[in-house]
Design a protein around this ligand. Sequence first.
Ligand code: NAP
Length: 357
Amino acid sequence: MGKIKVGILGSTGSVGQRYVNALRDHPWFEVVALSASEASVGKKYKEAAKWVLDKEMPEGMAEMEIVRATPSEIKGSGAEVVFSALPSEVARRTEMEMAKAGLFVVADTSAHRMDPDVPLLIPEVNFEHLAAVETQRKKHGGFIVTGPNCTTIGLAISLKPIQIKFGIRRVLVSTMQALSGAGFFGVPSMAILDNIIPYIKNEEEKVASELLKILGSFKEGCFENANIKVGASCHRVCVLDGHTEAVFLETEKGASPDEVAKCMSDFTSEPQRLRLPSAPERPIIVRNEPDRPQPRLDRLSGTPERAKGMATVVGRVRKEAALDNGIKYVLLSHNTIRGAAGNAILIAECLKAKGII
Ligand code: NAP
């Protein structure tokens, strides 16, 4: 059987480049359309993209001509699946137009994350929410599945096994977020060198609302939020890639740090059972050294090779005496791989493995 043809919207940006890199030799998907803004349309990808990854730009894609982000141009290329890394203000209209044209959209953008019939998906965490696409398919012909904000994703992965085993009452998180999370032109160097910026617009609200949808249930055609209290404080730091988060939580049942660490490192889910190409063998890697995880050392964690950057790395799991049944730990998650393109590709692999596309 031939590969599924895919297009990438926003292919020249921080996240778009991660797609181009990860899809260069994908066993199931073939890139047939690369799209970007009007300023890039008609240029070769190698002229339009300011390539920042250390692996060379894939030769085949370097020569491809950038097309417009319209359903007719994307469908004209033969693509059935569209990965969207558009700015969110453009994404709302464009992604819906693509779904209404019968395309299957997997989006990293925030535009449709909280829509009542759109799954907000991390395949290891809430695989069953995929059922919601059938309602959309009846309405539009195509559908949209979204991945969470890059800050929510590692947090949700680390919390899922704790939620299953011990229950969770309350979560507080303080983040140290990488520069690539703001896009290529996001934070001027004069603002961030020798500095920390203690504000990221709308980020704290997104972490709280998205986490509750992801850790909640999908019953009788409706999403129901998890009953957990969530508070977040988000900060931009001078790190290139990889969001670090200090997490504090109250479990329902008492649990020792060793029990929490064990349930995280034992955690596997549907993508591992299905042996999907981009699924990390261990979604959570727990490190015992007192000074890990660190972005430079740990952001590309995950095996096999295709899953590098897909594992959430957790360290310093310990008791928090200031909370009831309190536990605290530090996590690291690669924001443009697991936090965006890698998670979206894993979603598309799920859609294929389950026969939805
Ligand atoms: P970025 O580096 O600024 O890239 C934006 C991309 O969108 C570029 O390819 C740009 O093309 C294209 N674009 C801009 N305006 C357009 C328009 N009107 N029509 C069509 N294409 C247009 O942004 P990013 O960091 O990759 O983020 C992309 C999306 O992913 C955002 O919604 C962001 O919130 C989300 N996200 C980002 C991360 C992260 O860690 N960076 C993680 C999760 C989710 P040109 O090159 O031609 O300008």
